[in-house]
Design a protein around this ligand. Structure first.
Ligand SMILES: *[C@@H]1O[C@H](CO)[C@@H](O)[C@H](O)[C@H]1NC(C)=O
Ligand SMILES: *[C@@H]1O[C@H](CO)[C@@H](O)[C@H](O)[C@H]1NC(C)=O
Length: 372
């Protein structure tokens, strides 16, 4: 019995060392890098010389060596690389770069490399400032036979509770992750599934020097994005104080989104929708009215052109009609109205004779004009 168990144990051990040997061949074992799942999930220990070890009980930083732990894992569909559960490549929304977090550990490099995987969930969790470089364009619309993406992640600052630290040390490393296309089908980049091809810790060289938040360009509303780079994904230096949920603070794009959100916060979605649709209706009505006016004018112009003669005839007909009416209703008019009517209708009609100069024998009928 004992020997059987022992044999199984030995077999197991042998089996595991065989697996280890195979994976060693495929993924060279590097200090500070521990694979959790082949080509899919990996833990990285990044030494942070400028970050004190946080004492959770006393809420103070102690001057002891410490490291941040990064868990790079591909999502279930293998299309997105997650860093401690936050999508980091490709980005969900490049205008609002993700907030990154990492646990701090007091493990030494030897402990990390050789001890079984620790549960870091009880460790202090730091919020991070970082530089994110993706040398190859992420959103290329081209199709690739074997698409390779790499990400360079440099941690620039970390904070916990009220404690905030910049991490400019020259001997701090940055992380480089390379993703390879997992299947050889020609697919659009958004549908490519990946495997983690390589991951390494690299020295901050002269090309990857630390940049403090003050050394960056100040952002004003004169710029739409306040981008670090002219192309997608625009931002390289992600300092938390420079970004909020609306994007790069003080950029024009941020201002627009912020004002819009404030509007919705103050008036509510329904009201803003009503106001917007009301404004839309007014604008549409104005547009419609404008079109109506223009078409009316065009119509009028057209009619004036083809109907000059008709129009003249019509005018004369109207004139005649008025003459007839005038004659029928003459009795009801007083003299002044009559004069006006005469002036308007023209001089072809005879003026009524004024009655006084006539001799008395015939008694004059006052107000009745003679008919021609
Ligand atoms: C790493 O992250 C994955 C998913 O994001 C999770 O399932 C796994 O438990 C994590 N491992 C460690 C050791 O934190
Ligand atoms: C793409 O290239 C990498 C390394 O160059 C390789 O590991 C991977 O299997 C390749 N993918 C395909 C789909 O051929």
């Amino acid at each position: 019995m004992w020997s059987a168990t022992r044999f199984l144990l030995l077999l197991n051990l042998h089996f595991f060392s065989l697996v280890a040997a195979i994976s060693q061949r495929e993924q060279p074992q590097r200090p500070g890098i521990k694979w959790l799942e082949e080509e899919r999930s990996v833990l990285v220990r990044l030494e942070t010389p400028d970050l004190p070890l946080w004492n959770v009980e006393n809420q103070i930083g102690e001057d002891l060596p410490s490291a941040l732990i990064f868990n790079f894992t591909l999502s279930h569909d293998y299309r997105t690389l997650m860093l401690n559960e936050v999508p980091i490549l490709p980005l969900e929304n490049a205008y609002v770069p993700p907030r990154l977090f990492a646990y701090q550990s007091s493990e030494t490099l030897t402990q990390f490399d050789n001890d079984p995987i620790t549960d870091y969930n009880s460790c202090p969790l730091f919020s991070l400032d970082y530089s994110r470089i993706v040398p190859q364009a992420e959103d290329s619309s081209q199709k690739y036979y074997n698409y390779t993406l790499s990400l360079e992640l440099d941690i620039l600052g970390a904070s916990i509770a009220e404690y905030n630290a910049l991490l400019p040390a020259n001997n701090q490393n940055f992380i480089r992750v390379t993703l390879n296309q997992a299947d050889s089908r020609e697919t659009h980049i958004s549908l490519v599934s990946f495997k983690i091809g390589d991951i390494s810790l690299e020295e901050r060289g002269s090309n990857n020097q630390f940049q403090s938040p003050e050394s960056l360009k100040t952002c004003t509303a004169w710029s739409w994005l306040c981008a670090d780079k002219p192309g997608y994904p625009w931002y390289q230096y992600i300092y938390r104080q420079h970004f909020d949920e609306y994007g790069r603070i003080h950029s024009m794009r941020w201002l627009v989104h912020f004002k819009w959100a404030t509007l919705i916060e103050v008036y509510g979605v329904v009201q803003v929708a009503i106001i917007t649709s009301a404004v839309g209706i007014v604008a549409l009505s104005l547009l419609g009215y404008g079109i109506y006016r223009i078409s009316k004018r065009a119509q009028a112009l057209w009619q004036r052109r083809i109907g000059d003669v008709d129009a003249w005839t019509a005018e004369e007909e109207i004139g005649g009609l008025l003459d007839d009416e005038e004659e029928e209703e003459d009795d009801d008019y007083d003299r002044r109205a009559e004069v006006e009517m005469e002036d308007w209708t023209g001089s072809h009609r005879q003026k009524p004779l004024p009655p006084p100069p006539l001799p008395p024998p015939v008694p004059p009928k006052a107000g009745e004009p003679s008919r021609s």
